[in-house]
Design a protein around this ligand. Structure first.
Ligand SMILES: [Zn+2]
Ligand SMILES: [Zn+2]
Length: 275
């Protein structure tokens, strides 16, 4: 296993959404890296017209392809999706129907604040010049994350505190909101990912979420997994070792290697069908 922390990797994008690699290449890279389970988790967005995401109409092809590659591979391939937080009641309903219809193994629930990706500079400017309106925006972010944590549709909460990639770190203003999110995540058996892609965000340079939030998960006994959020097959287990060291440091003890058996145990509580 090349000393890797986990023998699975669940947050990987292919060219079905905004990834650069085919599903085949992601799976091959996973085999080479030594993981036993690899999940494909392309962006699924039920709001209309969001670039780089799949919509409902793309799902049939995606599901069939991921399952086909899974059947041909000697690594376990899981069918996942990184789902943009549903907003309306209809979107929530549709999301549940699609998960059931296509028998997804898992959903990663994520909030993607438009401005933190599309216009990082604008968000940072707001931080410097119009903090109240930025805080309003980030307050919406945490309330949407809360809705993900509360729902039983999502196994994994994706890249918490992602808005900081703009350099606008507002965590200090949301201590109670974040505590509420983690409390409800614990009650609803969520897994929180430690997303190593943050190491490569030049304006933040740290994993998502922050050390404080990771510690909050540890204190509550919320399971943590490492995710690379790969958009290229070269990054399927990128910086898992660094992530492991970080979690170990924050745990105050040597974190034991996360195994498929443990993952299975967690997922079994959601009746996921791991083969
Ligand atoms: Zn995302
Ligand atoms: Zn992602």
């Amino acid at each position: 296993m090349n000393g890797c922390f986990q023998d699975f990797s669940l947050h990987n994008h292919s060219n079905f959404s905004d990834g650069e690699s085919s599903v085949e290449d992601v799976v091959c890279a996973a085999v080479r890296s030594g993981v036993k389970y690899v999940g494909i988790s392309d962006h699924l967005c039920l709001h209309p017209g969001k670039p780089g995401t799949m919509g409902q109409k793309d799902l049939e092809k995606y599901v069939q392809h991921v399952r086909k590659i899974g059947n041909q591979s000697n690594v376990h391939v899981l069918l996942g999706a990184e789902v943009d937080v549903p907003i309306t009641d209809d979107e929530w309903k549709l999301c549940a129907e699609l998960k059931q219809k296509y028998q997804f193994d898992y959903f990663i629930g994520s909030v993607h604040p438009f401005s933190c990706y599309e216009d990082k500079l604008a968000m940072k400017n707001k931080f410097d010049t119009d903090l109240p309106s930025l805080l309003k925006e980030h307050s919406v972010y945490w309330s949407q994350v809360y809705s993900l944590a509360q729902s039983d549709l999502f196994e994994i909460l994706g890249h918490l505190d992602v808005y900081k990639v703009s350099g606008a770190q507002t965590e200090q203003y949301f201590i109670p909101e974040i505590a509420n999110v983690l409390d409800v995540a614990k009650v609803n058996n969520k897994i929180v990912e430690v997303n190593t892609s943050g190491f490569y965000e030049s304006l933040v340079g740290e994993q998502l979420p922050s050390n404080k939030i990771v510690s909050g998960c540890i204190q509550r006994g919320i399971p943590l997994i490492l995710s690379s959020d790969s958009h290229n097959c070269k990054h399927v287990v990128r910086d898992f070792e660094r992530g492991k060291n970080l979690v170990t440091k924050l745990c105050g003890a040597i974190a034991t290697r996360y195994s498929c058996a443990q993952l299975k145990k967690i997922f079994n509580s959601y009746h996921a069908k791991l083969r």
